[in-house]
Every structure is written in C-alpha cells, then in structure tokens.
Design a protein around this ligand. Sequence first.
Ligand code: NDP
Length: 329
Amino acid sequence: MQYRKLGKSGLLVSEMALGNWITHGAQVDDTTAQACVDAALDSGITTFDTADVYSETRAESILGESLKGIRRESIELCTKVFHPTGTGHNDKGLSRKHIMEACHASLRRLQTDYIDVYYAHRFDSTVSLEETFLAFSDLVRQGKVLYVGVSEWTAEQIKLGAALARELRVPFVASQPQYSMLWRVIEAEVIPACEREGIGQVVWSPLAQGILSGKYAPDKPIPEGSRASTIAGSPFFERLAGQWLRKEVLQAVERIRPIAQESGLTLPQLAVAWVLQNPQVSSAIIGASKPEQVKENVKAAGVTLDTEVMRQINTILNGVSEFDPSKTG
Ligand code: NDP
C-alpha cells in the first residue's frame, strides 16, 4: 500500500480506502464484514469510510466493532452527516443541531473520541453555509473532528465553502465525489476548483459498483449474489441499472478486459489503478462483499499505467463515459 497526503493537509491516507455502503449491516453478515476489514488492515489499508445513514446507522456500528482493539493512531476513520437518520424534522441536513447530534451519535457507534475526516454528505440548500461551517469549526476546536470534507458538492459550492473555511480556520481538505473511468464528471470543474483550494479527492465507486469488474456480461443474466442481484427492486438498483447495466456499457467493459490482461492486471485492478493515476486523487474508496475482493483490488496500489494504456481506454469508452459536470451531486 502507498499513502498520499489528503489535499493540502498533513494527513496521510492510504491510497485505497475501504468503504461499507450497502455491504456492512445489509448485504453481508457481520463475520464477512469483519473479514473484509481484516483483509484491508492486512494489506495496509488504514483509511475507512462510512456514513451515519448507511444501513440505517448499522454500518458505523459494525465498523466500530470490527476495528475494536486496533491502535486508533494507526487508522483514519471517516464518516458523514446529512441524510436522514431518524424520522424527526431535525434528524437530517446540515443545521448546527443535526451536525452536533449526528457527530456525537457517530462517535458512539464508531467507539472513538474523534473522527479523522467528517464529511457533509451532500449540500444543504436549506441551511446557511455559515451555520454549517461554524458547527464544523466548533467540532474541530473541540477535537471531535480533525478534518472536514464534502461529498458531491459542485465546484461553486466548494468555492463558497472554502472561503468560509478560510475565514473560520476550518481544515476543509477533502472532496468525496464519484469517479471512475465511466464517470468523469469531476474532471472539468470540481477537480480544478479543489486543486486551487488544496482539497484532495477521495473518490467513491472506482469500479462503478462492480460494473468494471466485468462480472455483468452483456446478454447474460445478472449473476447471483452480485450487488445488482442483492439490491434488485430498490431505488439503488434503478440508478445502477439506468447508469451502467446497459448493453453499450457492458460491451465496452468487455473490450477493456484484454487491456487489463496485457497490463498484467485483472479488470478490477485496472479500474482502481486508473483512478489512482490522477494526482488529485488522494484515495480511492473500494467496496467489497468478500475479503478476496479486497485482496485482489489492493494490488492496484502503486501501479503506473502507461499513456498508451490510458489512451486505449479513452478510445474504447468514447461516448460511454460521462463527463457532464452538471451531473455532480
Ligand atoms: P466499488 O465501485 O469499488 O464497488 C464495490 C463492489 O464491487 C463490491 O461490493 C463488489 O460487489 C464488487 N467488487 C469489488 N471488487 C470486486 C472484484 N475484485 N471482483 C468482482 N466484484 C468486485 O465501490 P462502492 O460502490 O462499494 O463504493 C465504495 C465506497 O464509497 C462505499 O462503501 C462508501 O464508503 C463510498 N460511497 C460514497 C458515496 C457518497 O455519496 N459519498 C456514495 C457511494 C459510495 P458484489 O460482490 O456485491 O457484486
């Protein structure tokens, strides 16, 4: 594993992080969740990503349990606030009240005194940015949060946040957007805006939720046990199917397979290595339903892809990858 600075901060994060959306507390049992965390730790992953909303808060609790006994200083624990965690009118969003309450609840579930990176999971247009950043600032001063990030904010929202963060001296150093060779919407606006502010990208779904593993072959049924089969019938499935489970996407992925082979990599390794070629990416958050997937994917760490490989991938995915920055968020 290799470690990269998170934006302009002094914090080192592992260039691959383990996330537990959809898996812990939902798709996989607790023993498998523990095995995935253990596989991550064994391979040098030190950065763990979760959110209060994942599996209705169970994902945070399971991660906290799985990391019990691990030296706190040896890992980076990251979580998020915004989406509803209860039915009350204040149980969501980025108000001061919800941020404070959500942070305390996350600390309890994660069994820790502080969160390394605390993200605003989405932009909240109903609350003033000043209120949100003042709450983050207070959490930082209290030592409950070390660094602040945002997820799926547009370049404009990030610029406004960064100006306030400067004024309030909040270490706003991370942006968590979706990024993969299929989803490149951050390249035009979010990445340049963040680069100017010293904000690093901690990117999610580098395998496009498993599509870039090559398991979903065109004209074949969805494989049993895969994410697409597990979430069938949910709104998550509608999004996955609409975005990626389309013939032209799956056929393009098949055409990338030989490029991976020629590079001495598996398709999932190539997909993760691809996002890590971007120097603005501090870490790629992978998901895993089995420890073997972690063990396979971590071999993408430290891989350099040559320009010809990058060119061939661009050519194959021309017209398939999404670049439109207005799709951020
Ligand atoms: P990935 O794109 O890495 O997809 C992970 C899934 O792909 C696995 O659960 C598994 O699904 C499949 N997979 C992984 N490796 C392999 C392999 N080697 N061979 C075959 N299949 C494989 O990431 P996620 O979509 O899981 O997102 C990662 C993390 O990013 C989340 O856990 C979360 O922490 C974060 N995230 C953040 C969001 C945000 O709004 N900020 C939104 C979404 C995610 P299966 O085996 O079930 O098919």
